[in-house]
Structures are given as structure tokens and as C-alpha cells.
Design a protein around this ligand. Sequence first.
Ligand SMILES: Nc1nc2c(ncn2[C@@H]2O[C@H](COP(=O)(O)OP(=O)(O)OP(=O)(O)O)[C@@H](O)[C@H]2O)c(=O)[nH]1
Length: 488
Amino acid sequence: MASFFRRKKPGSAPSERRYSTEELAAAFPGAQQEKSDVEKVESDVPPARSGVGASDQPSAPTQPAPAELAGLRERRQELASAETAEPPAPVRTEPPVVPVPTLSEPAPAAPTPVETRAPTAPSVQPATPVPPPVPPVPSAPPVRPASDVPRPVETVATPAADADTAEPAHSASVAAVGRTDAPAKGGWRERLRGTAFARTFGGLFQGNPRLDDDLLDEIETALIIADVGVTATTDLVEDLRKRMKAREFADSSALLKALRQDLVDLLAPVAVPLRIDAAAKPFVVLTVGVNGVGKTTTIGKLARRFKGEGHSLMLAAGDTFRAAAVAQLQTWGERNGVPVIAQGQNADAASVAFDALQAAKARGTQVLIADTAGRLHTQQGLMAELGKIKRVMQKLDPAAPHEVLMVIDGTTGQNALSQLRQFHAAVQVTGLVVTKLDGTAKGGVVFALAREFGIPIRYAGIGEKLEDLRVFDAEAFVDALLPDTLGG
Ligand SMILES: Nc1nc2c(ncn2[C@@H]2O[C@H](COP(=O)(O)OP(=O)(O)OP(=O)(O)O)[C@@H](O)[C@H]2O)c(=O)[nH]1
């Protein structure tokens, strides 16, 4: 519309005639809109400046009257307000104020589009609000059923798998055991190479010595030093002498082979492995022995072995004299998922054994291994206590304990014989474990024990680690003691 004013009117002199607003209004009545355009044109013109030079501006003759201007301004304001006014408020697309309830959360007070979107949580979310994480409560030891235990047991090692749940957890337990199930480092020979027996015989037969009485004398000395015992040694050497005189041996090597066979023959009758009687539930193993021979360590080794064989297991911390023994057993049990029944230090060992047997029976445990405090075979009172433990167990199972396993330190020497004699008199030992046959152990006592008692030697301890317990093998043992030339 502004172009209208720039358009030349036909026949009119250019720029000579200026029209007043009134004239224009008369010429174009009702052209209110055009008035606004006029105003726009006016606004395009810089306003008259006050001050220097302002008076130089000629007053525009075409200026509308004040009243007119007021009307125009009014109209302009209307139009301006119409232009700048926000468009009509659209229909609100905001979500309704009423929040959409979610399954897991309370309705939000001030929903936002995000909050009011359809819940993205899985539809299986619990209908009840999820409580905030609760700090873990120290877990109480598993409560054994009242029927299980006749009286409160002070401490029960928290097993990774209770006997009641042993089967589902068994694979994990076995897996845990399996970590220590790495092949034993070295065989018998490697472990026993350092024994006095092995070293002596190794030196004796180096360089193919002459076959004569001197050699037999040296063999006799070596056997006695190795703690084979005088009687057993004499028997062995005199037999060899007779055969040598009978020219049975072509050379010293043949005599060595004959000695090897005699030693194996001596041990073979006692190399009887322990068999778990599946009908006995539980099969009770009572471990006995003097102080420090390795009973508790052996129990850990045995437990590992039995678990590996798939037996469910329970331990009774019957060494109530040495506090560390209880903790030692409990730690082992916790690590390997084996329940340990304990009553703490100075508790009655017979009571612990009774509790454990009752619990094992109730749970259908296959093997129960009971520890006892080490005691000198000369301490009559303590030896009598072993008998009491046995009798108390027999109240629950007349056949218990099914194995009285005496642990003997292989370094003990001939004293082991009197130990076994006393323990056997007190609790009728049915099996032996000879420990510490590795390193500096003499080892020869095994022959003496075998010859004098004929009690099965179930296992040999050839190291401190859990895997260092071997089923006693007569040939492997003898071959580990004798020189490599025998090819053992
Ligand atoms: N070298 C070697 N050490 C062993 C063997 N068996 C056990 N030991 C160690 O002998 C020490 C005594 O073992 P424990 O199991 O505590 O003996 P314990 O008979 O339970 O002792 P008490 O409770 O005092 O009667 C520990 O240092 C064991 O590591 C073995 O076969 N070889």
C-alpha cells in the first residue's frame, strides 16, 4: 500500500502537490487500514529532532490533527497488538494432570511428558513397590532343626552348602575342591627323594658295589638308621644273607631287587585302602594320635578327597583342647562347603562327637570325620577319654566309629610303635595314616609298624598341602625309597 503514495497520479505535477490526511481520508473513506499504512510511512520518516537544527525542519502541513492522530494511534495500537499477539492458544497437548499410574512407582505429583509416558519397565515388574536396598544384615548361622540337635551347639561353621542342601551345591563344592585338585607336584619318588632312607640307599648302591657280607652289613645299618627297626631289619638282612650264600644273586643289583621285593612284601598286606561303607550313614571316621602329628591337616586332606569322590560330608571339631584346631577345621569347612560341628574350646569332646553324629544321621550325611585333641599315649586319663568318645557315639550307632584312624608322624621313629600300641589298646585302631614322609622323614617306621601290627596303612602324608595325601601304595612307597636304577 505504501507504493500507492509513490505512484504518480495521472496529470499531477510530480511532488508539487501534497495531500493532507483529511484529503486522503475523504478520497478514500473507510480506508482505515490505509491510515495505518500512512502511519507506517510516517514511522519510516525520521522523527523531528529536537535541538540544533530541529527548528529548521519545516512543519509538515500534511500532519493530521491531534484528534485524528489520537485515533490513528489508537488504531495502530490495536493493529500492533493484533500483530504481536500470540496466536490463539493451541489445544494443550500436555498430558493430563492426572498421572498415569505405574506398576512400581507411586503416581508422580508433577508429571512431565517423560514421566507420563507409558512405563518402559517390563510388565513383569512386581506390583508392590520395590523397597530400597537394605544394608545386609549379618547372617546368622544356619539354624539346625530342633530335631537335629538335642541341645544348643555353640558354634556351627557356616558352610557354603549345608548338608541338607549339599546335593545342589555339590558341584560348586567340588569345583572349589577342584581348584586344589591340580595334579600333585611330583610323585612319590620326588617327595621321598630327600628322606634318609632314600639318600642312604642311593649312596650304597652307587657304582655297583661288590656282592659280599660288607654290603649286607651296610644295608643292615642303613635300614636301622632309617627306623625300619631292629627286628624287621634283622629278618630282612638274614634272609638276604642266606640267599646270597645260596648264590641266588648274580650281582649287587640282583640283591637290591631282592631287597625291594622283600620290602614290598612286608608292606603289601597293610596297603589296604579305606572303603566307605555306603550302608553306614554316616560312615564315622574317628581320628586319633599324639600332639602335632598332623591330625587336623589330615582331616582337611581327607575331606577334600571324600568330597572329590562325591560323598556328602560333615566334620566334628573334637579337638577342643587346642583352640586353633577348631578354627582350622571351621575355616576349611567354610572354604569347601563342609558343615563343621563345633562347641568351642574346652568343650566335652564326646559331646561334640555325639552332636555331630546326630546331626549327620538326621541329614543323611555319608561321611562324618571327627577330630580329637592330640594326647600322649602315656596320659592314661586322656586315653580313657577316647574310649568315652567312642562309647558315646555307639549310643547312636553301635557300629560307630567305623574307622578309628590313627595319624602317626613318620619322623617319630620307633616311638611310633609304642604310640600305636597304646592307642590300639584304648580304641582299637583300624587304620593308619603315616604323615610327614616327605622331606627329612626317615620313613622306615612304616615297615616296623606293618611288621608288628599288621594294621592297614590307609594313607601317606607326603606334604603339607591338601593334595599331599596318597592312598598308601606299597610298591610306590618302596620304589620311592630305593635308587632309581630299579626303575621304580
Ligand atoms: N611336611 C609335612 N607336614 C605335615 C604333614 N601333615 C601335617 N603336617 C604339618 O604338621 C603340623 C601339625 O599338623 P596339625 O594338623 O596341626 O597336627 P595335629 O595332630 O592336629 O596337632 P594337635 O591338634 O596339636 O594334636 C602342621 O604344620 C602341618 O602342616 C605332612 O604330610 N608333611
